[in-house]
Design a protein around this ligand. Structure first.
Ligand code: ADP
Ligand code: MG
Length: 484
């Protein structure tokens, strides 16, 4: 850290006795907070630390690239102006990425007094992609900082039928932690459905400045790692004490503790101590407490004692709402029919849905081309293919033939009679809609027909659906049957 700042830099810390600068920085932060409001401030700015004054430049550290880029683009000018107004000779502001733990002196000297643990536990919004790319880089050994993603707030969480109960419980606990009936709060659901998003949202809200709460969020895996590290360094007492001094303890992905008996035991004791002291516990897992076999019975029992809320698989409506919200936030226009197409095709979970949309948007920005259904199918070819394993063209043909009472062989025959040709067109249409096969591929499966025949069929069916609601209902019905 020090090398990076260069020899001429002036590290800012209390010991170095630069109260003017420290005070100026406190004023600047205070002003920013007033200007942008608590929520924005907390999300984007709270984690800035003043690292040094290098000549005319103030060097500000933030814990992630994501935050750095955001602050630079959104608040860079404002920060500079506020510094200039302080008249200390600072003319520029440089925002750099630095893990907060490695910069202890600079960070703590200027932070408002906060318990060391809370401080250590609060930092670091991270982008999931970064964390995934190299977990070691973002989660150094022995680091207490638990990553909180700046994008995971209640504001960005889209509520729909499948998650409204869990969301309501999360809101409730965030507003009034440790109220009877809600402690512990146990959130569960399949992968990629928003458990971590909800937990981070709660953590952000619970840490609202002025409330002076220490909120510890971490994955069960990290909990275990810390516990083991404490055992090794013979500092288990400190570990226990620091954990038991928090107001809210949040453990994500508890299923990880299955089979880890010692860590479970430790968690159980921490859990009891906190609940007895009137502190809030929030836990997430991929299954309900009763289904988490492999977890000690007494722990399971206690986990189920408060509020248990599940997040169900997404519905089409929720997927559409989420896509709309994310597309709007990205600022790239995405046609409604593309969103509908994605919501139809990618039903597994929100993470994959989001991944697909992001890729589409990135592609469009990179090449300066608008998003269209065609570009969507092209760009997401591999993803879409992975998702349509369930519906094959053969299944479509079979279902459609049954529905219209025709022989399956006529899907590929040369017969052109209306009562055969029309259902065949419907099957081609559905094959185009429900699979990611190309037109020539579809043509081949229908008795080696030309791709233009398929194209014509798709257009014809779409046209008929427009004009004939009975026919449209029929096709929709077939589609739904095939999709489930
Ligand atoms: P989990 O922890 O359940 O595996 P995450 O919370 O990590 O899932 O969610 C996966 C991704 O999907 C995240 O990027 C998250 O922001 C997004 N996501 C999930 N549910 C929603 C929702 N209801 N509204 C907005 N984004 C969501
Ligand atoms: Mg998660």
């Amino acid at each position: 850290m020090q090398e990076e700042l260069g020899a001429s830099s002036l590290p800012v810390s209390a010991e170095d006795g630069v109260p003017d600068i420290a005070q100026a920085w406190a004023r600047i932060r205070g002003r920013l907070r007033e200007e942008v409001g608590e929520v924005e401030y907390r999300t984007w700015m709270r984690q800035m630390t003043l690292a040094a004054i290098e000549g005319e430049e103030a060097v500000v550290h933030v814990p992630s690239r994501f935050l750095r880029d955001w602050l630079r683009s959104q608040y860079g000018d404002r920060l500079r102006a506020l510094w200039q107004a302080e008249n200390l000779g600072v003319r520029r502001v440089e925002i750099r990425v630095a893990p907060p733990a490695a910069d202890g002196a600079a960070a703590s000297a200027l932070e408002p007094a906060a318990p060391a643990l809370a401080e250590a536990l609060t930092a670091r919004p991270e982008i999931r992609a970064e964390a995934k790319a190299d977990p070691k880089a973002t989660e150094p050994k022995g680091d207490w900082a638990a990553p909180l993603d700046g994008r995971f707030t209640f504001d960005t969480f889209v509520v729909g039928k499948p998650n409204e109960f869990a969301h309501a419980c999360a809101r409730r606990v965030a507003e009034k932690p440790a109220s009877p009936g809600f402690n512990p709060l146990f959130l569960y659901g399949g992968v990629g459905l928003g458990k971590t998003h909800l937990m981070h949202s709660m953590a952000w809200a619970l840490r609202e400045p002025g409330l002076d709460r220490s909120v510890a969020y971490m994955s069960a895996e990290k909990f275990m790692y810390r516990f083991i590290a404490a055992l090794r360094s013979q500092s288990t007492m400190e570990f226990k004490e620091s954990l038991r001094s928090v107001d809210v303890l949040m453990i994500d992905d508890l299923q990880f503790l299955i089979g880890k008996d010692n860590t479970q035991e430790e968690f159980f004791h921490t859990f009891n101590a906190l609940v007895d002291a009137g502190k809030q516990i929030v836990v997430s897992a991929d299954k309900s407490p009763s289904d988490l076999s492999g977890l000690e019975d007494r722990l399971r029992t206690r986990l189920g004692c408060g509020m248990v809320a599940d997040i169900h698989a997404t519905t089409y409506e929720l997927r559409i709402s989420i896509l709309q919200a994310k597309a709007a936030a990205a600022g790239t226009p995405v046609p409604e029919r593309v969103l509908e197409y994605l919501a139809h095709k990618i039903t597994s979970n929100v993470r994959e849905l989001e991944g697909a949309l992001n890729r589409l948007i990135a592609h469009s920005n990179l090449f300066g081309r608008p998003v269209t259904l065609e570009s969507c199918q092209e760009v997401l070819h591999d993803i879409l293919r992975a998702h349509d394993r369930r519906v094959t063209i053969e299944e479509i043909q079979k279902r459609v033939a049954e529905h219209y009472n025709m022989r399956l062989t006529d899907m590929s025959s040369a017969r052109r009679a209306r009562n055969v040709a029309r259902p065949r067109q419907v099957a081609m249409y559905l094959a185009k809609q429900l699979t990611s096969r190309s037109l020539p591929e579809i043509g081949r499966k229908f008795g080696n027909r030309d791709h233009t025949t398929v194209m014509h069929a798709v257009a014809k069916v779409a046209e008929l659906m427009q004009g004939d609601s009975g026919f449209a209902e029929d096709v929709e019905l077939l589609r739904r049957m095939l999709e489930t």
